[in-house]
Ligand binder design. Structure first.
Ligand code: SF4
Length: 159
């Protein structure tokens, strides 16, 4: 145990230094610095999920800005939606959105969520996220960098 404690002490802080806070979104006033987020994969290849994992991991540590991933939309303030919306996920996405209490926001993460990306025109794809539920912010990239995801989350927490 003592050895572990010494190792932790020797390594010190591993998170990236915090960049300057981005301009807060209007919705940030409703959340007062703390935003609970439910992630929804509406048809992603999982590349965006890896970057979301990195955004909330120890290096980028989105939680230090007041954002936290939760398991239920009923506990959430915001949805983080990835992927083009597939036929099988359109209705679950609508229902998940309806389950989020107001005030609520939706962030589309990745080129697929914004405009279907490389899956545009595919037979199983209904459309981008904004055609299924109202979208408040979009994060471009295939996949987006974790820094961009953290920045989008910070516009919601205002921190
Ligand atoms: S934006 Fe790129 S990484 Fe994200 S779901 Fe689409 S293809 Fe995958």
């Amino acid at each position: 145990m003592l050895r572990l404690w010494r190792t932790i002490r020797a390594i010190g802080r591993v998170a990236e230094p915090a960049p300057a806070a981005p301009t807060a979104a209007p919705a940030a006033a409703d959340f007062e610095g703390s935003v609970q987020i439910r992630h929804v994969d509406a048809g992603s290849c999982n590349g965006c999920e890896i970057e979301i994992g990195a955004a909330f991991g120890p290096v980028h540590d989105a939680e230090r800005y007041g954002a936290r991933l939760v398991a239920s939309p009923r506990h959430a303030d915001a949805l983080l939606v990835t992927g083009p919306v597939t036929r099988n996920m359109a209705e679950p996405l609508r229902r998940t959105f309806e389950a989020v209490p107001r005030p609520r926001v939706v962030v589309a993460v990745g080129d697929c969520a914004c405009d279907c990306g490389v899956f545009a025109g595919a037979y199983g794809v209904v459309g981008p996220v904004r055609e299924i539920v109202p979208v408040d912010a979009e994060v471009a990239g295939c996949p987006p960098r974790p820094e961009a995801i953290v920045e989008a989350v910070r516009t919601l927490t205002g921190r």
